[in-house]
Design a protein around this ligand. Sequence first.
Ligand SMILES: [Zn+2]
Length: 293
Amino acid sequence: MRLIDSHSHLQTDAFAADLAEVVATARDAGVERLLVPGWDAGSSAAALRLATDTDWIDAAVGIHPHDAATASATDWAAVVRLAGDPCVVAIGETGLDYDRMHSPPEAQLANLRRHLRLALDMGKPAILHCRSAAGGRDAQDALIAEIRAVGCGGAAARAAFGERPPAVLHSFSGPVDYAEAALELGLAISFSGLVFRRGEEASADVARLVPSERLLIETDAPYLAPPGVPRNRAPAAVQPGAPAPTFSGRRNSPMWVRITGEWLAERRGERPDSIGDGLVQAYDATFRRHSMG
Ligand SMILES: [Zn+2]
């Protein structure tokens, strides 16, 4: 099965000890395209270094809603500068998180708006994280309102993106009518291992209604391990005396995107092989890769 991973934090400490092995294993598992998003200035620069080193890996640069209040003007200036690099194919991850609320909503909204404007200016889609307070949909509703207000779905987005999605809902979570509103605005939707969690049952219905050219999958590695990912073991590449992996619990990695890919094929009544071709096409249509000019 051909695979993509539209959201994988390979620059985290969780992969510091065995990154080369993780990347090789992903490739062996069929992963042909991989996007590494930043969450602050430093991790965005690290994402770009990975993308510069490996031609089938791309970068996204941005400031996560958790970091919206603490990011300085210098940090934002660094993100804007990095965004111009041809290996950077998207802006993010950014968005709204009203669940953990590590930054006040006003700071999150201001941070989201500057990312959406940058995405439109550069013609590089925004990567959007969105979590509402438990049981609610406040963040999803606010996100749709912001996307609409900045002009996605209108002439500004069409001028910058043509038929390409101006933004991606990463690690989709939410009700069906939220997905419908996002699709109406031209967005792409990316599914992660979150679909297997209790409370995310609507994702099965959403999986059936996303058009294939706007359908993506991801791991959000090292987070959101789907069922079937084994408990941590020491990576084979670790030399005696090397630092132990710092990620506790089950570490997700790009090779496991297959589990979500198979789930998606089943939900849509498609063969894994044919859905894999579609995923690679959707990735290339969404993210303009530097190697393709
Ligand atoms: Zn993420």
